[in-house]
Design a protein around this ligand. Structure first.
Ligand code: ACM
Ligand code: ZN
Length: 491
């Protein structure tokens, strides 16, 4: 009996010691010193960072706390960087001592993303940098940056200056949910190429790659307002003041369109070192193409059966430009139905019936399921929605936490196509930087755990116990966040 009591006391002590390393994303392993030895912590405690080529996981880290102080090891700078983020959480409680311990971790997925739409609402460089800071703290390595859409073109392209002179500005914005009333206020903004380089550099310092997206052939109203000859009807057009999907898209039968896209991609690739380039491809209605003599002629010339294949034709032309520069095409999951090269990476957003899993069709896939990882959706109970106008949909923290991107229902081969996971932040209803923070925090923490931890390690209740320390860092940073995370899942 007595021995049992001693055993339980030791176990409790051990759990209490381990609790000092309760961080997010949860490390793969934590072992604390059985003898209970501890390192005093003060401003002079040595912290050493070491590159250790013997460590196998390229983004993994090991933190060792012992007599000599604290050591952070990784086989790459990225690994060491993630070790530093983990240690930041351990230190958030300002401990006066830490048990001798070894903490090791490595991310489950190579692609750990967040998306940001700066078209529906435009945000300054500082807001984007702040977003990158939030991502870095959560061990994320990819920003998918949505740079062009119907409501605004946001990146300077030197060969096509009207894209930002005209396409970056809308005269009015719809009020509420497309209710036909407008504010009649000029709205817009864009990044110069110098701004873009600065942000790409800022991201690289945090081991984040920025994947730029130029969405085509749909979501192009801002571009065709700037250059009406690029649309099927020739316009006139208006930088779109509404939300939703416009029927006006690029004309696939006009050779100028291919010159335009080629020029844009050339400048884009010069600015973004990312190996992956996102060419959108979602929500491109074919109404105009069906009625356009140029598009119909193009289909005959290229022996294309239907308008979906015509979209595939554009995508394949662009893919050739990308692969000539050793870049890889990524697109929304609509493109998997238009005969794109097998090397394309499919971003799987339509997790609804009738849309196949790209992994089962042999494509590499990044998951951004609309039902679970659209962070423009609500995270508060449905009854409280009216307080803030947002897109709709209910995605509380627990639902994000429990998401499994590579389920057992897939074969091992299919699961190996899942490169990673990302949450999307569309900004129709997100006009202020504070709301960006509130929408992504703390759901980013739940996503980070999906991206880093193995399914067997995950436990939502334990995650909630670990969360307060991370919230302390949010407070230190002055970040806004939703604190109603015990909200039950809603249907
Ligand atoms: C999307 O949400 N239209 C990709
Ligand atoms: Zn056309």
């Amino acid at each position: 009996m007595k021995r049992l009591t001693v055993f339980f006391l030791a176990l409790t002590a051990c759990i209490a010691l381990r609790a000092q390393f309760d961080i997010i994303p949860q490390p793969a392993s934590i072992s604390v010193d059985a003898k209970g030895r501890a390192l005093p912590i003060d401003a002079h405690t040595p912290i050493t960072e070491l590159t250790n080529p013997k460590m196998t996981a390229s983004e993994g880290y090991r933190i060792t706390i012992g007599k000599q102080g604290i050591t952070i090891e990784g086989s790459t700078d990225a690994g060491i960087f993630y070790g530093r983020q983990a240690l930041r959480q351990v230190m958030a409680d300002q401990p006066t001592s830490l048990p001798y311990a070894v903490i090791e971790s490595a991310p489950r997925f190579a692609y750990r993303g967040m998306h940001l739409d700066i078209c529906r609402h435009f945000f300054s460089k500082d807001v984007v940098k702040n977003y990158l800071d939030m991502m870095a703290l959560h061990g994320m390595n990819t920003l998918h940056w949505h740079l062009s859409d119907d409501q605004g073109w946001r990146i300077e392209i030197k060969k096509w200056p009207r894209l930002t002179q005209v396409g970056a500005w809308r005269d009015r914005t719809v009020i509420g949910r497309n209710m036909g009333l407008y504010d009649h206020t000029m709205y817009g903004g864009f990044y110069t190429q110098k701004d873009i380089r600065e942000i790409v550099q800022y991201a690289a310092e945090r081991h984040i790659t920025i994947i730029p997206e130029i969405d085509m052939p749909g979501h192009m109203v801002a571009a065709i307002t700037a250059y009406p000859e690029l649309g099927c009807t020739g316009g006139p057009y208006e930088v779109w003041p509404d939300w939703g999907v416009s029927e006006d898209i690029l004309c696939a039968g006009n050779p100028r369109v291919y010159e335009f896209l080629g020029d844009v991609l050339d400048e884009l690739m010069a600015l973004f070192p990312s190996k992956i380039i996102h060419l959108g491809g979602d929500e491109a209605p074919k109404v105009r193409w069906k009625a356009c003599p140029k598009c119909q002629q193009k289909m005959r010339d290229e022996h294309l059966q239907d308008e979906e294949q015509l979209q595939g034709y554009i995508v394949r032309q662009m893919e050739q430009l990308l692969s000539a520069h050793d870049r890889r095409l990524m697109g929304w999951d609509e493109i998997m139905y238009c005969d794109v090269p097998a090397s394309s990476i499919i971003m799987n957003w339509r997790d609804w019936q009738g849309v196949e899993d790209p992994a089962t069709r042999g494509f590499d896939v990044v998951r951004t399921p609309n039902s679970t990882l659209y962070f423009d959706h609500y995270q508060i109970p449905q009854g409280e929605w009216s307080n803030t106008l947002l897109f709709g949909g209910s995605t509380p923290l627990e639902k994000v936490y429990n998401y499994e991107p590579a389920p057992e229902t897939l074969s091992p081969e299919e699961r190996s196509h899942v490169l990673g996971v990302q949450a999307n932040l569309w900004t129709e209803y997100i006009a202020y930087p504070e709301l960006i923070e509130y929408q992504v925090l703390p759901r980013m923490a739940a996503l980070a755990e999906v991206q880093w931890a193995e399914p067997a390690q995950k436990d939502y209740d334990r995650f909630l116990q670990r969360l307060p320390r991370l919230l302390r860092i949010y407070d230190e940073e002055g970040w806004h966040y939703c604190n109603k995370f015990n909200t039950p899942n809603e249907k």
